[in-house]
Write a protein that binds this ligand. Structure first.
Ligand SMILES: [Cu+2]
Length: 392
């Protein structure tokens, strides 16, 4: 395979750019939101596509000539191999006489190549058999007429005419090419600029023979060849431009759908997560908005038979991070407290009915007690002046 780079410098620059692009994509994937990586990748691919398209357009317009291939001579030094490319002009008397003349030159081998001229439309619908048969018939008629079986060979090709010529260069290795066409582009004929294209690609003499019905052979002058080339280049560039546009449209559509899919899957994840949270919350026991309780001196009898001061409720269940209102009626004449050092809670419960806020930030089960010196035994026994706060 031929290297696609024209110089070492260009190759180095391409590798550098590819590395930078890769880094950009990786960074986008690692640091950015999910949709960023495909977008960056698309921008990179788009830039590459635009560059490739530019180069291709220049080539099609003939502004950037490809490196010519110079096939090695095959056979002995005196041997001459001539590739003749023709299709619609094959029935022309002048071309047939030219073939006869070539075949009569000693040490000359002639390959008559007949590209089948299959249009993209015919290729698409598969209607190629008729065109192949037509090419085969034209070739057979010409060979029958020329009749030098040993020196004149023939072949048809279903490939694009230029590709067919390239194939012939690989197999037949001609020293000279003759391209035979009409003066102008014809619906069922070889395009006149084929000669110019072959000339651009191969470092061998290329003769362009133009035949018109009944007239003698002519070779177009340079200006005419240049006009063929220009017309072909513009047409090819237009066709390529349309294809590139269609490609860009498809790429954009694919990109948009990728971004849409990524975004919708992100939305789904977010929805699933919020649903999970809701489900979790729903699974928890309901918690009253306000919990009512009292502090009553000598409220509850202890195991030893004595009555002790106590909170009427000593176990509280709250949601971690959510404030819980406690309406406490302290019937005593002195303050008490709900103190839980581990949970960072210290609520001083003053006499009378007041509302307090209990906020535990972390989930857990925390022991609380009254930190005022009141009923010393009750302060040390949960269910009296002590208890637990469960934060869930
Ligand atoms: Cu107390």
């Amino acid at each position: 395979m031929r290297s696609p780079f024209h110089s070492e410098q260009e190759a180095f620059r391409s590798v550098l750019l590819a590395t930078l692009a890769l880094i950009a994509v990786v960074l986008a994937a690692a640091l950015g939101p999910t949709w960023l990586a495909p977008v960056v990748l698309a921008v990179v691919l788009g830039a590459v596509a635009v560059r490739v398209a530019q180069v291709r357009m220049r080539k099609l317009r003939g502004l950037e000539l490809p490196v010519k291939m110079a096939p090695a001579h095959l056979g002995s030094a005196s041997e001459r191999r001539v590739l003749v490319v023709a299709n619609d002009t094959l029935s022309e008397e002048a071309l047939l006489s030219e073939l006869e003349r070539l075949a009569s030159v000693p040490h000359t081998h002639v390959l008559l190549l007949v590209p089948a001229l299959i249009s993209p439309g015919a290729r698409l619908t598969g209607a190629v058999d008729g065109l192949l048969d037509q090419a085969r018939l034209r070739l057979k008629t010409a060979l029958d007429r020329v009749g030098h079986d040993l020196v004149v060979g023939g072949g048809i090709s279903d490939a694009d005419p230029l590709e067919a010529v390239e194939d012939a260069f690989a197999t037949f290795v001609p020293d000279e090419v003759i391209v035979s066409t009409g003066w102008e582009r014809a619906a069922n004929g070889l395009e006149p600029q084929l000669a110019g294209l072959v000339r651009e690609r191969f470092a061998v003499p290329v003769r362009h023979l133009v035949f018109e019905p009944g007239s003698v052979t002519q070779e177009p002058d340079k200006d005419t060849e240049a006009r063929y080339r220009h017309e072909f280049g513009e047409a090819a560039a237009r066709k390529f431009g349309l294809k590139a546009l269609a490609g860009a449209g498809i790429l954009a559509a694919v990109l948009l759908s990728v971004v849409a899919v990524v975004q919708s899957s992100e939305r789904d994840e977010a929805r699933a997560a919020s649903q999970a949270t809701a489900a979790q919350t729903a699974g928890l026991p309901p918690i009253a908005k306000v919990v009512d309780l009292s502090v009553i001196p000598e409220y509850k009898r202890g195991p030893e038979g004595e009555k002790h001061d106590a909170f009427t409720t000593t176990d509280f269940t709250v949601r971690a991070g959510q404030p819980q209102q406690l309406r406490i009626d302290n019937t005593d004449t002195v303050p008490h407290s709900i103190t839980a050092p581990e949970a960072g809670i210290k609520i001083v419960v003053i006499p009378g009915t007041h509302t307090y806020t209990l906020l535990v930030k972390q989930p857990g089960r925390f022991l609380w007690f009254c930190s005022f010196v009141c009923d010393e035994w009750a302060m040390q026994h949960p269910g009296y002046m002590s208890g637990y706060i469960s934060a869930i």
